[in-house]
Design a protein around this ligand. Sequence first.
Ligand code: SF4
Ligand SMILES: [Zn+2]
Ligand SMILES: [Zn+2]
Length: 459
Amino acid sequence: MFIDSHAHLDGPDFDADRAQVLERARQAGVTDIVQIGYNRETIQRGMELFRDNPAIHFSVGLHPHDSMDWTPALEAWIEERSEQPRVVAIGEVGLDWFRDYAPRETQIHCFRRMIRLARRRGLPLVVHSRAAEEDTLQVLEEEQAGHVGGVMHCYAYGLEAAARLKAMNFLVGFPCSVTYPKRNQREIIEGLQVEQMLLETDSPFLPPQAQRGQRNESAFVVEAAKVIAQVKGLSLEDVARITTRNARELFRLGLPEERVLAYPIRRSLYLNLTNRCTADCVFCTRLTKPVVKGHNLALRREQEADAAEMVAAIQAQGGAGAWEEFVFCGYGEPIMRLDVLKEVAAWLKAGGAKVRLNTNGHGDLWHKRPVAAELAGLVDVVSISLNADNAAQYTALVKPAWGERSFQAMLDFARDAARVVPEVVFSVVDDGTLDLAACKALAEAHGAVFRVRILDETG
Ligand code: SF4
Ligand SMILES: [Zn+2]
Ligand SMILES: [Zn+2]
């Protein structure tokens, strides 16, 4: 499932075969397209052509190239259009110092007016910015575009600009030109989280490498996704799911109510037993946004699965033999559901699977007995978030239900686990405040392997 977040399908290039273009997109898995209108003509034509097609959403705005046409009357007309059904954004709007088709002052004025319009309407922005990095960011910041967020489409700037955009709730759009050998954007893609990315085609422009010189169309959005998957070491499905979710959230297309029990990331299948936890880590989005690589792991207590349901969920994903590893992990503490965990792990081991448990190590406190020995023969790797090398720092960061003594309990659990489980890992996120050497020494003293993780890189 893909979303083409930026296309111009109203133009004459598509007059001969528009229906086939849409059909090919559908067959390629493109569920939704955002049709971008950037002046009176394109807005009107797009809305007329696609009025009855619920897969096509509209963005309306005034392009920097057309900014000389700005009048209060035209702005009022665009605002009126923005109230039509399925209008999901204001854009494309922005600054273009590359073509300079309109005087810069005019472009900036129009851009400001369009941002204010988006804020009035509570709609996200679709921003076009070419050779105007600093000025675009400055205007967005001055006009507090962060209130509505948006996307900078055809992203051509670096990581620093992306960070400033992220602070304003902006995503960045990558078109099919990421497939060009010359315009290699791999480094930028490598440095960004897929959670900040949208896919787009900008059809009819910027066709992928294999179609260069021809017209681009929405079905080819898959080519951009393939490059991102390859650079990020993710599967195409991962990129499709994450970017689709990003687009659905940004354009408020609605998210399906989900009950995710087993979810794939790369070659592993993750198992979600609960959204409850015995900690309240300061960095955790368990309660606000329990989303990992596009999977929504929110589970109300009554939605938690029993062992039979977990097994069925695994079977629906191909079964015990289908994945390199099975990981009990979620936005919650799996060991709180030890009975289910053990039953499912036993079933997986009987099927020859490799099993990992990601835990905060509070199992003994929660169950009021030492529990690590019960994992013998069921789990191959226990990965524990160490977080700090001392109880005070640990408690401040993790906010465990039992206060400072949780730190020692976690270490005890680790030592016990190391006696019965082939591999115990202590992981920390290096945020610059940790004494990594002390953490490593603690790991060694408890029979654990030490691993430093990257913040926000789950899965
Ligand atoms: S232990 Fe894990 S799930 Fe629990 S609050 Fe901390 S980060 Fe979130
Ligand atoms: Zn553009
Ligand atoms: Zn465009």
